[in-house]
Design a protein around this ligand. Structure first.
Ligand SMILES: Nc1ncnc2c1ncn2[C@@H]1O[C@H](COP(=O)(O)OP(=O)(O)O)[C@@H](O)[C@H]1O
Ligand SMILES: [Mg+2]
Length: 603
């Protein structure tokens, strides 16, 4: 496929530069971030004081000093200890509370950015996307961002700072040996974690992919609910879903086993260095080199050091996971739409509403041509009809007119302006469409019609409903226009959906109208009524009508017969009949069908 295709590269390495994408969000809430950092400093300060208080307490209580002890000193130490403990927790909580706003704001911004971006991508992307998987990727991505922001600011840097402080204190008070043990074990721990986590990333990614794939499968299956029922393929669907789930389960298992390896290794390093330090401290106490209080202090620092270090390992792991998630989302953000406005593209100015196709050729896939050298023009206020077999390329003409794709050669003009040089928004605002297949929002009928013009008043919406002959149907409903139409409009019949779609187009009232087999789902009586209404609306409008029943286009100013992407005949109904070619043949075939009593016309 040559159009923008969203396929992530599985061997892609994690991109730490993603972190730089988060800086603007931190900068934006600078005062909150600074306040949170202050809380962090206070919490860390409190925890660094605790070992000293403990040492003083132990030394004060030591049998050799306890007689000389003033009770107020003991009391003061105990209170200070309690205060430090409380301050540590309190400022930690305060920090999280204050910082929450920053991450939530960032998640909202990024969520919106991704949403807008996905809507800006071209039709081809959406035809290829897997809705369930995409939703999962986005969800994981935004959660990942929040995690990353929180832990990058509050964990990595502060923990490194804490390690430096502890090493400094040990070095200053107890000589080089404790500091060396600490440094060596921290380094070993860090290196091991880094390597092991790097190795584990593949399992995390594998797990995420399996997660997205199973979600894709579930959503796709649920969307096709009816088809599943018609063919009683529930079991088949369940099997397919389960085979995705099995992959997920296996990926989880591998992931967990690798986590076991990582955690085990980390625990071993920590235990070894703790043993070394305790041993050294015990030996020094027994040699009377240091006091019992010092022993407690060293022990306390060690616990305090390895707890955040263990946590750092966890955070690092999670951050790698988050980065893998975020990366998916940024890959999505990096998908460029193939159809873009030229810089500074002016708005389309529709004065008369003339549309012309000039030698347009197009293929979705280079190997198969769909439109071949198609030229025609629709004069202001004219009605041009396109007829031809299914698959001839009729709807493709419409997609090109809306600029969902650019022609491979040739050009399309509206009032002399090349549509590829004006802004897409202005182009699409100027054209109304009743598409071949209408998909509705899961909302009320009224709101679905109003979608044609969100600013329309209720009176205007009702006017459109009346013109589309939807009012009879609505009054027959117990809940009237407030009836919800179900997901994608599945609770309405094909004809009713088409009428909603017609009402929408009427409400939009653009200068150019396109009807792509707009009445194909209506019975011939309703069709005649609606066609009369459409004729009324299309008067003074330029219209392109793709027709299924030739009887609906006999009044067209020009009829094009499309066959295998080529215009094989064109002219008025009368002229084409006189030519006695393809069109005349089709016409006769449809007449026969209509006169045949065996065929039930009303579908
Ligand atoms: N997005 C697409 N990718 C590839 N082929 C497509 C795509 N959309 C339509 N086609 C093919 O292009 C041909 C013309 O389609 P279309 O214009 O919808 O025909 P119709 O004349 O029935 O409206 C069909 O054979 C269809 O299979
Ligand atoms: Mg079509």
């Amino acid at each position: 496929m040559r159009h923008g295709n969203f396929e992530p590269d599985p061997d892609h390495r994690i991109n730490w530069r993603i972190v730089s994408h988060l800086l603007p969000y931190l900068r934006e809430s600078r005062s909150r971030v600074l306040f949170a950092l202050l809380c962090l400093l206070l919490a860390k300060g409190a925890i660094l004081v605790i070992p000293f208080l403990l040492k003083d307490l132990v030394d004060a209580l030591d049998g050799r000093n306890v007689q000389a002890l003033a009770p107020t000193v003991l009391f003061g130490l105990v209170v200070a200890y309690g205060g430090a403990r409380f301050a540590n927790v309190f400022f930690g909580e305060l920090r999280d509370t204050v910082f929450g706003r920053v991450t939530e704001r960032a998640m909202r911004r990024i969520g919106l950015q991704v949403f807008r971006h996905v809507h800006a991508l071209d039709l081809e992307f959406h035809l290829n996307r897997r809705t369930g998987g995409l939703a999962r990727d986005i969800e994981r991505g935004t959660t990942g961002i929040s995690f990353l922001m929180r832990f990058f600011v509050f964990n990595i840097v502060p923990t490194l700072f804490e390690i430096a402080m502890v090493v400094g204190i040990l070095l200053f008070n107890y000589g080089i040996s404790f500091a060396v043990i600490t440094l060596v074990s921290v380094a070993a721990y860090g290196l091991f974690s880094l390597r092991a986590t790097e190795w584990r990333t593949q399992f995390v990614r594998e797990m995420n992919e399996a997660d997205s794939a199973s979600n894709t499968r579930a959503v796709d299956s649920l969307l096709n609910f009816e088809t599943v029922k018609y063919f009683t393929n529930e079991e088949f669907e369940a099997q397919r879903y389960d085979s995705e789930l099995r992959k997920w389960e296996q990926a989880r298992r591998r992931n967990r086993l690798s986590l076991f390896g990582l955690n085990g290794g980390q625990a071993l390093i920590i235990a070894m260095s703790q043993t070394a330090m305790i041993g050294l401290a015990a030996w020094q106490v027994s040699n009377n080199d240091i006091s019992l209080g010092d022993f407690i202090l060293i022990n306390q620092f060690m616990i305090q050091l390895f707890m955040p270090l263990g946590f750092l390992g966890f955070v690092f792991r999670e951050i790698k996971g988050s980065l893998a998630n975020i990366e998916k989302m940024f890959e999505l953000l990096a998908v460029k739409p193939t159809i873009v406005d030229t810089p500074g593209a002016p708005a389309l100015l529709v004065t008369r509403g003339e549309v012309s196709f000039d030698r347009v050729s197009f293929a979705y896939d280079p190997a198969r041509s769909i439109l071949d050298d198609v030229s025609f023009s629709i004069g202001a206020g004219q009605k041009v009809a396109v007829v031809g077999a299914s698959g001839a390329g009729k709807s493709t003409l419409v997609k090109l007119l809306f600029r969902f794709y650019d022609p491979d050669s040739g050009s399309i003009h509206i009032d002399g302006q090349d549509i590829s040089r004006v802004s897409q928004a202005s182009l699409r605002k100027s054209i109304g469409i009743v598409p071949q297949d209408t998909v509705l929002f899961n909302d009320s009928i009224l709101e679905n019609v109003r979608y044609g013009n969100p600013d329309a008043t209720d009176t205007q919406v009702w006017e459109a409903i009346r013109l589309a002959h939807l009012d009879n149907f609505i009054t027959s409903l117990p809940k009237g226009a407030d009836t919800r139409v179900g997901e994608r409009g599945l609770k309405l019949s094909g004809g009713e959906k088409q009428r909603v779609s017609i009402a929408r187009a009427i409400l939009k009232r653009p200068p150019i109208m396109v009807f792509d087999e707009a009445t194909s789902s209506l019975d011939s009586k309703s069709e005649q009524v609606i066609l009369a209404a459409l004729r009324e609306i299309a008067r003074d409008h330029t219209s392109l009508v793709i027709a299924h029943r030739l009887s609906t286009v006999v009044d067209a100013d020009l009829i094009l017969v499309l066959q295998h992407g080529r215009v094989v005949e064109q002219g008025s109904h009368q002229a084409l009949l006189e030519t006695n070619g393809k069109y005349a043949e089709l016409w006769r075939a449809q007449l026969r069908q209509r006169d045949s009593p065996a065929v039930i016309q009303d579908n």
